[in-house]
Design a protein. Structure first.
Length: 316
């Protein structure tokens, strides 16, 4: 008879209810389809009574931060405002679990918590794309990837929401065979199961309805060099076209010049860091390629209608 795997889901305050459901339901369905108790699970939270999701709903849990016993893996599931919901007590709990040999996993923004605990140094990890800017600034020693999940490391991570279902289907297939994983996906009416290496976000081609390889390469170059923004001449030279042709392509496909598009990209990254991180205005300006605070504040105000300081104060 197949062995029963015991999983613990630790629900951080303001966890994503969609990510939680996508992680749990494939396990329930695997038991149903196989007719065997392949998986058992328990829920825990910081207070040991309930966990409040990002939509305000409360979930009853089985335990608090006492030692996990006989768990095959502890999955941390978080959501919005993860940086504000990581307490010293939660970090201490996770460190105790790791010290006793409990395998760990993280879903949605959970990789941020495990990185804060120092568990992911030198590893590949996945986190929801909305936290990429914050994560890369705060944890440069972690090899962040834009994949939907990472299952080949000792600590496995999924980027959230439906990526949790992709990860669980992958684990079900690895432990009990591809046929069962396919049967579970069919029950979920989930016909687009992704491999771990799949990108989190819709491709640039699909997002903008375009198929121009030069524009795609130019945008990728911009994304990879936010701190030291390339000039349109640099971009055109790298991809092998003239600056004038690059300008024409951006105007045709994006209705913006390369310079304007790159500025929008830098400003949106700055806005993410203002909301998600505790970095100073100066640090954020440098991280987004601005040479001075005054220039950064001027263009930020022009684009968003308020200063960086005002934006951070209003949202926090």
């Amino acid at each position: 008879m197949a062995r029963t795997s015991q999983l613990t889901f630790f629900l951080l305050h303001e966890f994503s209810p969609l990510a939680f459901s996508c992680a749990l339901e494939p396990l329930r369905i695997a038991n149903l389809v196989s007719g065997k108790p392949l998986y058992r699970w328990s829920l825990s939270s910081a207070n040991g009574q309930t966990a409040t999701a990002s939509n305000g709903s409360a979930t009853l849990v089985d335990a608090g931060m006492e030692p996990t016993r006989h768990a095959d893996r502890l999955f941390l599931i978080s959501g919005i405002n993860v940086q504000g919901n990581v307490s010293p007590e939660v970090l201490a709990h996770l460190r105790r679990e790791r010290a006793t040999g409990t395998p760990l996993g993280a879903i949605c923004s959970g990789a941020y918590v495990l990185a804060r605990a120092g568990f992911l140094n030198g590893m590949e990890a996945a986190i929801h794309w909305d936290y990429h800017d914050l994560f890369t600034e705060k944890f440069p020693e972690v090899r962040l990837v834009r994949n939907v999940f990472v299952a080949h490391e000792k600590i496995i991570t999924a980027s959230g929401e439906t990526a949790a279902a992709d990860l669980m289907l992958h684990l079900i297939g690895a432990e009990h065979g591809a046929a069962l994983a396919t049967a579970v996906a069919d029950q979920m009416v989930y016909n687009a199961v992704r491999e771990g290496s799949a990108p989190q976000r819709v491709s640039l081609q699909s997002r903008y309805g375009m198929r121009n390889a030069h524009v795609v390469r130019a945008i990728a170059m911009m994304e990879e060099n936010i701190e030291d923004p390339p000039t349109p001449f640099d971009i055109a030279e790298e991809i092998g076209i003239s600056t004038r042709q690059l300008e024409r392509l951006f105007t045709k496909y994006l209705n913006a010049t390369p310079k304007a598009y790159l500025m929008q990209m830098r400003l949106h990254r700055a806005r993410n860091l203002l909301v998600q991180s505790e970095q100073s205005i100066t640090e954020i300006a440098v991280a987004c390629g601005f040479s001075s605070n005054s220039h950064f504040s001027k263009v930020f105000r022009s684009h968003f209608g308020r200063s960086p300081v005002s934006h951070r104060t209003t949202l926090n």
